[in-house]
Design a binder for this molecule. Structure first.
Ligand code: GLN
Ligand code: ZN
Length: 766
């Protein structure tokens, strides 16, 4: 009998239970017991669901109150002194590292003021992990035993689980040196870290775990020799302790391991897992290195997208593995953790039934894995196979997927459409004349706090309890308040604040043909922030203007320039679930054409500064260097330029990126007049130097919008001073890291006021 396995299940709860309780806990409205109880309920429901669906290998320790990588930092005592010194309860240390903490002193507790650790994207997904941050004083030791506790919790429910942990090499490799230890190479800590892994793994074994899953997703990256050797070293070390450890499944996902195949050969692990959804071409190569006593875990059910599995295709692939290895050495599995998919399709009652039939969310995927395992084991699942084949073919031939007019327009895109009329220097001269901005111009990235009031009114409008007119009046009053506030504190380029937007992609997706939406398809992005990615089901087009009304209203009530605000084609694509039947370039160009019309409409309506956000452009970068990556960079930049090049020379195009290391050359290819990038958590002075030769203008994000912490004016001044050492004043925009939608008004007011004061201070110096 071929076994079925799941690598990880979403932990947010079917109705975002985790978000709700975590945020109440942060506000002091829920107790730590209530928080822990909800965690326990979610875990137990997830385990039971998988058990009842017939999964053989069910994960534990895939739950987290914030991020599974941060959990490991807490577990291994990788807690920088600036957090440790407060002696907070472990859960509060976890949250402080994840999101920063600023707390006034009370009679019993001292004041706390600490920024968050750096947060970065998890490979090419829209999940973010908190970066392990090591220093010379890092002392690895077990600080708690979360994996054991959760294993025992499942065991008490009568469910045997396979605990999952990020493996030691990925854990180190994905981390960084703290600012006091910049010469430290995280991988050099491997020898010190391994015994602590052995300790926790032995405890798992003692608790009854027979198997563990160690994830080494870095094996799909271009790895330096040192990291490849580290893999060998680590797993040979575990091999030498095999008697006291559970059996190890070494899991990789999100790409091919072929270039690193040597490091996987003859490793003393019980099983290897590969992602054959993202990298089916690696099949023969990886099969050739599966050792005589090793199992192969075949990842065939997509952990990153929502399309129904094609049972015939998946079963054929698994059968190929069975032919070579035998049924008892093959495991059918999800390609990666299901963390990146929504919890349950059954919760979707409003989807068009024709479209709904093409989808599968985490709960359904669990069943898919089981059905494929049964099928290849010779059990009768003919009814399921038949229904599946019907869904697959109905999608391929559906009218919803094809729009000939769109396909023709994409085919007609030429070079001229993807290029501004004159080079940047000439545009700059015309723009300076038009806008006459001061040195160190100040602006924000777009959104202002999304208050409860905004959400309530949006819901009322969605439910029809207020009319479109009433809603518009409400939105306009929000816009007006945001405009007045910006005028009051002296910002130079204003925004309308985006109160009408539920989400920067969904908002546009809802107005673009070819998209569909879920009501409850939430996926964790970071901490308690979840997104509900729209789904691209067919060819994309814009029937009418999407954002003009709000921007025009904002401009009509102020004499300062208002910046129009759009989401770029690559971000619309990356933050949606894309089609898997058409290539990504085509989908991006379809979106680019829709946005080009929008940009041009904004310009005609008098909006002469337009920001087209592309925060997702970096994460879309294929994980390995080579042809695929170069092609991506080319079409991603082309899509951006198709969207933004239809404007006059004196219309200023802005763009914005966040949370990722960006190469100035990639940014250059977009040819935006001004870009704003994440900078507040970058401590490396070389990072600024890299942008010195970037020709256009840049706003380096000066404060972290993920944290409620308010930087002082002096903090802004010293930050700007540092940047000015290697970056010219005349190209310098002053702005936060990202949009302010998740912040409260109080913090926002203070932070922005201090930021503007600092800009004014420098204007006087120059
Ligand atoms: N304009 C968007 C905002 O301010 C940008 C958000 C983002 O980059 N993630 O909310
Ligand atoms: Zn951003």
């Amino acid at each position: 009998m071929v076994q079925s396995a799941i690598l990880g299940f979403p932990r947010i709860g079917p109705n975002r239970e985790l978000k709700k309780i975590t945020e109440s806990y942060w506000k002091g409205k829920a107790s730590v017991e209530e928080l822990f109880n909800v965690g326990r309920e979610i875990r137990s429901a997830n385990w039971k669901l998988q058990k009842d669906s017939g999964v053989d290998i069910i994960p534990s320790n895939d739950f987290s109150f914030y991020d599974q990588v941060l959990d490991l930092s807490l577990l291994f005592n990788v807690i920088p002194e600036r957090y440790a010194k407060y002696n907070l309860a472990p859960i509060d240390t976890l949250f402080a590292m994840g999101r920063g903490l600023q707390r006034k002193a009370t009679e019993t507790e001292k004041a706390v003021d600490v920024t968050a650790l750096e947060m970065v994207k998890w490979f090419d997904s829209n999940y973010h992990y908190v970066r392990p941050t090591f220093s010379h004083s890092t002392e690895f030791k077990l600080n708690g035993q979360k994996p054991v506790d959760e294993f025992l919790e499942a065991k008490e429910l009568g469910i045997q689980t396979r605990p999952v942990l990020l493996g030691p090499v990925s854990y180190l490799f994905l981390g960084k040196a703290d600012k006091d230890s910049l010469d430290l190479e995280p991988l050099s800590l491997l020898e010190k870290l391994l015994p602590v892994y052995v300790e926790i793994l032995s405890k798992l074994k003692a608790a009854g775990a027979t198997e563990v899953q160690l994830d080494e997703p870095i094996l799909v990256l271009d790895l330096p020799q040192q990291a490849q050797e580290a893999i060998r070293k680590a797993y040979q070390f575990f091999g030498s302790k095999a008697a006291s450890l559970p059996q190890i499944t070494l899991a990789t996902y999100f790409g091919t391991v072929v270039p690193n195949l040597d490091s996987l050969k003859n490793l003393p692990v019980a099983a290897l897992h590969f992602d054959f959804v993202r990298a089916p071409a690696q099949f023969d190569d990886v099969l050739s290195i599966v050792g005589e006593n090793q199992k192969l875990s075949v990842g065939v059910v997509d952990g990153r997208n929502i399309w129904k599995n094609d049972f015939a295709k998946s079963s054929a692939l698994v059968n190929k593995a069975i032919e070579k290895l035998g049924a008892d050495r093959v495991v059918v599995s999800s390609s990666s953790s299901l963390l990146h998919t929504p919890v349950d399709l059954e919760n979707e009652t409003k989807l068009n039934p024709e479209i709904k039939d093409w989808f599968s969310f985490a709960t359904q995927k669990v069943k898919e894995v089981v059905i494929i395992a049964k099928n290849v084991s010779g059990e009768d699942v003919s009814a399921e196979l038949k229904a599946n084949a019907q869904s697959v073919s109905s999608r391929a031939s559906s009218k919803i997927t094809n729009d000939e007019a769109v396909q023709k327009r994409v085919a007609s895109i030429d070079e001229k459409m993807a290029k501004r009329a004159v080079p940047f220097e000439e545009r700059l001269a015309e723009q300076s004349k038009r806008f006459n901005l001061p040195l160190f111009p100040t602006t924000t990235i777009g959104s202002f706090p999304q208050t409860k009031d905004i959400r309530i009114n949006r819901n009322k409008f969605a439910k029809g309890t207020i009319t479109a007119e009433e809603y518009e009046k409400f939105i306009n009053s929000e816009i007006e308040a945001v405009i007045r506030f910006q005028e009051e504190i002296g910002l130079d380029v204003l925004v309308h604040g985006e109160p009408e937007r539920n989400d920067m992609v969904q908002y546009f997706g809802e107005q673009i043909n070819g998209y569909t939406f879920t009501t409850n398809g939430w996926v964790q992005s970071y901490g308690s922030r979840y997104v509900r990615p729209p789904i691209i089901v067919g060819d994309l087009s814009r029937p009418k203007p999407m954002s003009v009304k709000e921007s025009v209203y904002a401009q009509s009530i102020t004499t300062k320039p208002v910046k129009g605000m759009l989401t770029g084609p690559v971000t619309c694509l990356r933050w949606s679930f894309p089609r898997d039947d058409v290539d990504q370039k085509t989908q991006a160009l379809q979106l680019a054409l829709a946005l080009r019309d929008e940009v041009n409409d904004l310009e005609s309506a008098g909006i002469r500064i337009i920001q087209v956000d592309e925060p997702a452009i970096r994460e879309g970068l294929p994980l390995r260097a080579g042809a695929e990556r170069s092609a991506y960079l080319k079409w991603a930049a082309e899509a951006f330029r198709v969207a933004t090049s239809g404007v006059a020379n004196d219309t200023q195009i802005h763009s914005h990126f966040c949370y990722s290391d960006l190469d100035p050359n990639h940014i250059k290819a977009l040819d935006a007049d001004v870009v704003s990038i994440e900078f507040s958590k970058k401590d490396d002075p070389n990072y600024i130097a890299e942008f010195k030769n970037y020709p256009n203008h840049i706003g380096l994000g000066l404060f972290d919008i993920h944290s409620p912490r308010v930087p002082s004016k002096d903090e802004f001044i010293s930050k700007i001073q540092t940047i000015l050492k290697s970056y010219p004043a005349e190209k310098f925009w002053v702005n936060p890291d990202c949009g302010l939608k998740t912040r409260d008004w109080e913090e926002t007011k203070l932070s922005l006021t201090h930021m503007v004061e600092a800009a004014k201070y420098f204007r006087e110096q120059y």
